[in-house]
Design a protein around this ligand. Structure first.
Ligand SMILES: Cc1ncc(COP(=O)(O)O)c(C=O)c1O
Length: 445
């Protein structure tokens, strides 16, 4: 038997044991990028190097890091009650949080179901949609429609309705009965648009094509991200989401908005539904719900969805679904502290105030080496680069490494650089962030 190695002194081995998610493990372990502390707009490395956070952790730390109300709420809750079973039992903060959430949600979204992540929220919403139709006696509506290039987390339902090839191709045949409408990315017509692009509302009509193919009576729901983030910041063309809503209504199909990234102020409104004036039937959130501090997700349901389940004997469970950690007390406390922070600092609408400055800064990158598009909305930016022939993703990844060395954390997906800073960002941070990105584009031709 080998002797247990001392992990405190054997740094190489201690890196070895952790199989990292969505990471080039071998590359990382040759030159690890470690974070040790965070506050406000910044991270610090273990050596004390200060890093400007250009992506709110991972699109989630909307109020910035280590905010006192959130820290205190978690600390107090951990001491008061660590866990409470969520099945057939409750605790006050779970109810208080749901009440607070529906106050800021789009009109009509009046019920909240808790999960622990965006992926779980997606699965929950898909199951809710299918079960809803069955509960009202329309059990043939089982088909789920996603969109090419969509990202809906990594569980089987989410990757089935998702449309990112790398996330799907290794995992077999996925869920049956899923189809996809076309994505809306159109560089030829829309490159360098400021805000939502002009062209492409008609792409929503692709749903009519699938209705013609499958018949509406077999379709339960359509799920889209109002603004697709992880696939490279793809914005909905003007009028597109309303058109999708109208087609869903015409055919009795539920519309699910995956607001895991757009929720909690990212676009300058509490949710994208309000920003675009389009209300879904189900809304999926996570990330900014607790400011990234404790894992938590949720599904918001329209009243009529919920009510369809409320039949049968009252002592019986209406929806056979839930997680051990649904409504976890620490997560609920963190979310309440987060909502307080958002409200006190006006963060759910601050993105709208900062958006014009952010937009100008991003679009100053037009003309920088290899930039083929710049996209922006609220405090989200996408800078698409021309791929190096035969090495997709490499150019953007090199820019990411360069930014890290120069003190900024950015994110790349394919050859698109995505920026989504904390909503507390100031103009000088925007200048610094975009300046570092500009430097990286010059340095990594
Ligand atoms: C739109 C969208 N849906 C779902 C998810 C999955 O969330 P999680 O990683 O918390 O499971 C993400 C994560 O980035 C997302 O962007």
């Amino acid at each position: 038997m080998t002797k247990n190695p001392d992990l405190r002194t054997n740094a190489a081995l201690s890196l070895d044991a952790y199989w990292m998610p969505f990471t080039a493990n071998r590359q990382f372990k040759q030159a690890p990028r470690m974070l040790a502390r965070a506050e406000g707009m910044h991270y610090w490395t273990p050596e004390g190097r200060k890093i400007l956070d250009g992506i709110a952790g991972l699109w989630c730390v909307n109020a910035g890091h280590a905010r006192p109300r959130i820290v205190q709420a978690i600390q107090q809750q951990a001491a008061e009650m660590d866990f409470a079973p969520p099945f057939n039992m409750g605790h006050p903060k779970a109810f208080e949080l749901a009440r607070r959430l529906i106050e800021i949600a789009p009109a009509g979204m009046s019920k909240v179901f808790y999960t622990n992540s965006g992926s779980e929220s997606v699965e929950t919403a898909l199951k809710m949609a299918i079960a809803y139709h069955r509960a009202r006696g329309d059990g043939s509506r089982t088909r789920l429609i996603g969109r090419e290039r969509g990202y809906h987390g990594v569980n089987f339902g989410g990757i089935s309705v998702g449309g990112i090839v790398a996330n799907r191709k290794m995992f077999g045949t996925l869920l049956a009965g899923v189809d996809h409408i076309r994505h809306t990315h159109d560089l030829a017509r829309n490159a360098f648009s400021r805000g939502v692009p002009e062209y492409g509302a008609e792409l929503a009509d692709d749903l009519e094509r699938l209705v013609a193919l499958h018949d509406a009576s077999t379709i339960a729901a359509v799920i889209v991200e109002p603004v697709a983030g992880s696939t490279g910041v793809l914005l909905p063309p003007k009028g597109y989401l309303q058109r999708l809503r109208d087609i869903c209504d015409r055919h009795g199909i539920l519309l699910i908005f995956d607001e895991v990234i757009t929720g909690f102020g990212r676009l300058g409104s509490p949710f994208a539904g309000q920003h675009f004036g389009v209300t879904p039937d189900l809304m999926v959130v996570a990330k900014g719900l607790t400011n990234g501090s404790v894992p938590m997700g949720a599904v918001f349901a329209n009243q009529h969805i919920h009510d369809a389940f409320m039949s049968g004997p009252e002592h019986l469970i209406e929806f056979f679904h839930g997680y051990t950690y649904s409504a976890h007390p620490l997560a609920c406390a963190a979310a309440l502290g987060t909502l307080d922070t958002y409200a006190e600092e006006g963060l759910l609408t601050r993105g709208a105030t900062m958006a014009p400055y952010f937009e100008d800064a991003l679009h100053s990158l037009k003309g920088a080496p290899n930039v083929i598009d710049v996209r922006n909305i609220g405090l989200v930016g996408g800078i698409e680069l021309d791929p190096i022939p035969g090495q997709p993703g490499k150019r953007a990844f090199d820019a990411f490494l360069h930014c890290w060395e120069r003190g900024a954390l950015i994110r790349t997906t394919g050859d698109t650089i995505a920026l989504s800073p904390p909503l507390i960002i100031e103009k000088e941070h925007i200048d610094e962030l975009v300046g570092i990105v500009a430097g990286a584009l010059k340095a990594t031709p």
